[in-house]
Design a binder for this molecule. Structure first.
Ligand code: ZN
Length: 243
C-alpha cells in the first residue's frame, strides 16, 4: 500500500511541507495564466525568458527529488553533476514545446511531492549535499524548494509580487539572505529595518538604513525592486549579491 498522507509525524515539518506545496500551487497558477506565446516573453531574471524560469523550476524539483531519494536509499545522488550541466539543462529545457514545458513542471512537482510524502521520519534526518556543497538534513529540501517556487513565481513577471508570499516564508528568506551577507561581510555599513516590527538585520552602527514593509525589504534584498523601500533621504542602494 502506498501512503496517501505524509509519513512524517513532525508537525513543524508538516507545516513546512504545506508551505512548499502552496508555493508550488501558486507557481502553477501563474504559469497557467500565461498563454503559450507569452512563455517566450522576458522574466525578471536577466537573460532568462519565462521558458527558462519554468524549465529551471521543473529541473529543480527533479534535483531536489534526487536528494530525497538519497536520504531514503542511502545511495548518493547529487542534485546535478555540475553547475555547467545544470545550466545546459535549463537552456535545453527552454527550447521545449509549451506542452512539454508545462508537463515538465507538473510531473516533476508531483514526483517531488510523492517523494516527500513517502519519506519516513528517521530518513528526514539523513544528511544530503546541495549543489553549493552544503551538508544539510533531508528536511532542508523542503525549504530549498519553498523559496524557489515562491520567488520564481514572481520572476514569471505576470502579476505575482512579494506581497503574495506568506510572511513566514518572507521572514525565513530575509534571515537566509542577511546571514549569507554577514558570512561574506558584504553587509558592512548596512542596517535593514522591517517597518511595523522591531526586527532589524545587519550592522547596528550602519550609515545606511534600508527600511520598508517585509515584502518590500525582501524584494529589495533579492535584487528584484524597491517597492515601498526607503533609505533615509538618499537613494536606495543596490542590495549586496545574494547567491
Ligand atoms: Zn532558482
Amino acid at each position: 500500500m502506498v501512503a496517501r498522507q505524509d509519513l512524517t509525524t513532525d508537525p513543524g515539518l508538516q507545516e513546512q511541507l504545506l508551505q512548499a506545496r502552496r508555493g508550488t500551487a501558486f507557481f502553477a497558477r501563474k504559469l497557467n495564466e500565461l498563454s503559450d506565446a507569452e512563455l517566450d516573453g522576458g522574466s525578471l531574471l536577466p537573460g532568462w525568458t519565462r521558458r527558462h524560469v519554468v524549465a529551471h523550476v521543473g529541473y529543480n524539483a527533479r534535483a531536489i527529488a534526487r536528494l530525497v531519494d538519497w536520504a531514503s536509499t542511502g545511495v548518493e545522488t547529487p542534485m546535478y553533476p555540475s553547475v555547467a550541466v545544470r545550466d545546459e539543462e535549463i537552456n535545453f529545457g527552454a527550447t521545449l514545446s509549451p506542452i512539454a514545458l508545462r508537463n515538465l513542471f507538473d510531473h516533476s512537482a508531483v514526483h517531488l511531492s510523492v517523494e516527500w510524502r513517502d519519506l519516513p521520519d528517521d530518513a528526514w534526518h539523513h544528511t544530503v549535499r546541495t549543489i553549493q556543497g552544503r551538508e544539510v538534513p533531508a528536511s532542508e529540501t523542503v525549504w530549498m524548494r519553498t523559496r524557489e517556487v515562491w520567488v520564481h513565481a514572481v520572476d514569471l513577471d505576470n502579476g505575482a509580487s512579494f506581497a503574495d508570499i506568506p510572511a513566514a516564508v518572507l521572514e525565513r528568506l530575509l534571515a537566509d539572505i542577511t546571514s549569507a551577507w554577514a558570512a561574506r561581510g558584504s553587509d558592512a555599513g548596512l542596517l535593514i529595518k522591517v517597518s511595523g516590527t522591531d526586527r532589524t538585520f545587519g550592522d547596528p552602527d550602519a550609515a545606511v538604513v534600508v527600511a520598508g514593509p517585509l515584502a518590500g525589504v525582501v524584494q529589495w534584498a533579492t535584487g528584484r525592486g524597491t517597492d515601498g523601500v526607503t533609505a533615509g533621504a538618499g537613494p536606495v542602494p543596490a542590495a549586496p549579491k545574494w547567491i
